[in-house]
Design a protein around this ligand. Structure first.
Ligand SMILES: Nc1ncnc2c1ncn2[C@@H]1O[C@H](COP(=O)(O)OP(=O)(O)OP(=O)(O)O)[C@@H](O)[C@H]1O
Ligand SMILES: O=c1ccn([C@@H]2O[C@H](COP(=O)(O)O)[C@@H](O)[C@H]2O)c(=O)[nH]1
Length: 236
């Protein structure tokens, strides 16, 4: 029996690159979709937010002199591309996926309408929320927290390049150790950068727990959904 009926899965955009330098690696996206299909077969309702770091981040554009808001809109469009690729792969794997965008782009995908999203989830469709929150100066972590709260998800599952929350960035500090659990307040006070502070604060206020786990570890998503010991639980 799965531990959750409805989840919000946040997928790292950067992880989609696989071993490539840029973009979407086919084998990687197919593998991720196989794992998503497995949890839907358990009867879990799955909504997804995917990042855009494999294509564009607003902060990168800003750092080379672009207007930051314009760069952020480019970043949001990058998440639309990833969402389309993900939904296409899911549809080909036999799932029924719908993409809903936070910015108006109706010729490409339908707009985000909360009751429609809830209807899709109840019908067993996988809903991919594209274009983040629709606002510059935010990230897809915050979009995951926002949409997770809106749809009444029981947990935000952050599938990322590291296998949990560490005392410091494990990619920079090899002596960092992993937490099994940590409170939102402690993660924010210690300024742990695995998820942005706006997302942590929203999840804390909405009492929406977050699990951080590795997108690369086969079976990790299923383990989290089954309530097994996997990654780091961030709690109120
Ligand atoms: N204390 C920490 N614990 C774990 N990871 C940390 C920590 N501090 C920084 N990080 C870094 O945070 C990264 C994950 O955050 P990031 O926002 O880049 O997520 P992402 O899932 O890759 O998102 P995107 O969709 O934007 O590609 C990890 O790869 C890790 O290097
Ligand atoms: O609500 C949002 C979400 C995202 N953006 C921009 O998109 C990129 C890609 O998202 P990541 O979370 O970094 O993967 C982000 O860097 C922002 O530039 C946004 O503006 N608003």
């Amino acid at each position: 029996m799965p531990a959750y009926q409805r989840i919000l899965l946040k997928l790292s955009g950067e992880a989609l690159m696989g071993d490539d330098a840029f973009g979407i690696n086919r084998a990687t996206i197919v593998r991720i979709v196989d794992e998503i299909a497995e949890v839907t077969r358990l009867g879990v309702q799955v909504a997804i937010v995917i990042g855009g770091g494999n294509i564009f981040r607003g902060v990168a554009g800003g750092s080379v002199g672009m207007d930051r808001a314009t760069a952020d809109y480019m970043g949001m469009l990058a998440t639309v591309m990833n969402s389309l690729a993900l939904a296409d792969t899911m549809n080909k794997a036999g799932l029924v996926a719908r993409v809903m965008s936070a910015i108006g782009i109706e010729q490409v995908v339908e707009p985000y309408v909360r009751p429609k999203a809830l209807q899709y989830l109840e019908e067993g469709k996988v809903v991919v929320f594209a274009a983040g929150t629709g606002n510059p100066f935010f990230t897809t972590d915050t979009a995951a927290a926002l949409r997770g709260a809106e749809i009444g998800a029981e947990m935000v599952l952050k599938a990322t390049k590291v296998d949990g929350v560490y005392t410091a960035d494990p990619n920079k500090d090899p002596s960092a150790t992993r937490y099994t659990t940590i409170s939102f307040d402690e993660a924010m006070v210690k300024n742990l950068q695995v998820m942005d502070a706006t997302a942590f604060a929203l999840c804390r206020d909405q009492k929406l727990p977050v699990k951080v786990f590795s997108i690369f570890k086969p079976g990790a998503l299923r383990n989290v959904v089954m309530g097994a010991d996997e990654g780091t639980l961030v709690h109120v």
